[in-house]
Design a protein around this ligand. Structure first.
Ligand SMILES: [Ca+2]
Ligand SMILES: [Ca+2]
Length: 280
């Protein structure tokens, strides 16, 4: 112990002397000793070196210890974080969380299931509705197409829409009443009669003046009882004065001439008027 204290005393003294010397050297002065090179040089160096070495070693050890403490601290934190107690705590917290939120999770899962069912149901219904709509459009389109084709066919056969129905007016060929009726049938209709005054007036306006046309009116089945080719009693009859007279007992077919009707022999050659339907 004595030797150590002595050593510290000399070290302190030598250190101070070295500091003074160094400070005076930095100031451009000399050692305070009267003959520094002889009196201080070798002594000072030999005395300072062990102290400097020791100080350097202590500093290195302190630095090493500091680094070691830092590593231990980090390791301790890591171990603490991974310790079973901590894990149990985490697991317990997870269980508590799951327990507390199980109802919420169940509800969310149920809502998702119901949403899925609802969406699929909507898609299916939407698909059915779309299919129904498409079928409706297809049916409607087909009906329109049929109607257009029918009209095209009718027009191609020479019929024209007059007031409320289709009529065909033959202004070129002349035929007997029977042949005229056959020609109208071949075109899909009959010799014409009239449903109302307006229709009659509209058709008459399209006929040539001073030209007779066969109509679909006759008393061939029963004398004096005039009917249309559809078997109905004619709604419009405009016989000329004194007609029908069944002249010669052989006048069973009706024509129209400048708007008035007459019963005539059926074998006369006449232009004729067809109607497309069989309603009148
Ligand atoms: Ca007659
Ligand atoms: Ca007559």
């Amino acid at each position: 112990m004595f030797q150590f204290r002595t050593f510290l005393f000399y070290a302190f003294v030598v250190g101070n002397l070295y500091g003074v010397v160094k400070s005076q050297e930095n100031m451009g002065s000399v050692c305070v000793l009267t003959d520094a090179p002889k009196q201080c040089g070798a002594f000072c160096l030999s005395a300072q070196l062990p102290f400097i070495d020791h100080n350097y070693k202590v500093q290195r050890q302190l630095k090493s210890l500091s680094e070691m403490l830092e590593r231990i601290e980090k390791s301790a934190l890591t171990v603490q974080n991974k310790s079973p107690a901590n894990l149990e705590s985490i697991q317990q917290n997870a269980l508590n969380f799951q327990k507390e939120n199980q109802a919420k999770l169940d509800r969310i899962e149920k809502e998702i299931r119901e949403s899925k069912v609802y969406i699929l149901d909507r898609i299916e219904k939407g698909s059915q509705e779309t299919q129904t709509t498409m079928e409706g459009i297809q049916t409607e389109s087909q009906a329109k197409m049929d109607s257009i084709l029918q009209k095209a066919k009718i027009i191609s056969l020479g019929f024209q829409w007059i007031e409320s129905r289709y009529f065909y007016i033959e202004n070129n060929a002349k035929q007997s009443w029977t042949n005229a009726e056959n020609t109208c049938r071949k075109r899909g209709g009959h010799l014409a009669a009239f449903d109302n005054q307006k229709e009659f007036d509209a058709v008459i306006a399209k006929l040539h003046r001073n030209t007779p046309y066969w109509l679909g009116i006759s008393d061939r089945k029963k004398e004096g009882e005039f009917v249309s080719e559809s078997g109905n009693r004619p709604k419009i009859l405009t016989f000329a004065p004194g007609e029908p007279n069944n002249d010669g007992g052989n006048e069973d077919c009706v024509d129209i001439y400048n708007g008035v009707m007459n019963d005539l022999p059926c074998d006369l050659q006449r232009h004729f008027i067809c109607q497309l339907d069989s309603e009148v």
